[in-house]
Write a protein that binds this ligand. Structure first.
Ligand code: CDP
Ligand code: CDP
Length: 222
């Protein structure tokens, strides 16, 4: 089957999805990494996210690949390993705007559907259950309070990356709003998605909840 995990920034999607995929023997696909790779390419080319025509031209020349890597997944942009660089603050602050454009989404959604066509994937993002894989057998909407999500991100920062926690919280809230309010495939809970609130759960507890849900789905299908 295919498993779709959606939700806001810092809910734990990537961490949990990677572990769920490992336990099920599935392939993990981080769709946010693809939008980040396009944003990095735009930043490097000096293309403003407010210029849809230039973004459209830029994306048509990009080759974005996800390959199994040391920590789950390696992201290749035109053959270059950009796995680390796409996590930079410059990319994080602009990615939501870049991801709001139809041309960008059309290309990446097409790629994502191809990757999932053989089944056996755990895919995380914002519009997986609602748009990319509407027939996914299991859909999870993973959430947590904005304070908890900001604190998780804060704890991941190294000393030279540190920004005040309140600023991080504001940036996350702004990105959530931008992802929820865009016209094309906004962040929304699919009607048939199970909501899991991770605010008071550990990573392993969330993984267990999702593995249990996948077992129930498999049993129902028999
Ligand atoms: O890891 P984090 O939650 O910070 O973000 P991400 O999953 O790497 O996604 C970065 C951004 O890409 C999101 O804020 C969305 O704007 C966009 N995105 C999207 O529009 N659709 C997806 N399926 C995945 C990500
Ligand atoms: O992909 P998303 O933006 O939803 O979250 P993430 O990049 O997986 O980051 C979540 C961070 O919170 C990681 O450092 C996890 O170790 C931590 N965490 C979690 O994911 N889930 C919990 N229930 C508790 C902590």
């Amino acid at each position: 089957m295919n498993v779709a995990i959606d939700g806001p920034a810092g809910a734990g999607k990537s961490t949990v999805a990677r572990k769920v995929a490992e336990q099920l023997g599935y392939v993990y696909i981080d769709t946010g990494a693809m939008y980040r790779a396009v944003t990095l390419a735009a930043n490097r080319a000096g293309v403003d996210p407010d210029e849809p025509d230039r973004l459209g031209t830029l994306i048509s020349g990009l080759d974005i690949r996800l390959e199994p890597g040391v920590n789950g997944q390696t992201v290749l942009l035109n053959g270059e390993n950009v796995t680390e660089e796409i996590r930079s603050r410059d990319v994080t602050l602009r990615v939501s705007k870049v991801a709001s454009h139809e041309a960008v989404r059309a290309k990446l959604v097409d790629l994502q559907r191809k990757l999932a066509s053989a089944k056996g994937v755990v895919m995380d993002g914002r519009d997986i259950g609602s748009n990319v894989l509407p027939d996914a057998e299991l859909k999870v909407f993973l959430t947590a309070s904005v304070q908890t999500r900001a604190l998780r991100r804060f704890q991941e920062l190294t000393e030279d990356q540190k920004v005040p926690l309140a600023q991080l919280e504001q940036e996350i809230a702004d990105r959530d709003r931008s992802d929820e309010q865009r016209v094309h495939a906004p962040l929304v809970r699919a009607k048939d998605a199970v909501v899991v609130d991770s605010t008071d759960l550990t990573v392993d507890q969330v993984v267990e909840v999702i593995i249990d849900l996948s077992r129930t789905k498999t049993a129902e299908a028999k």
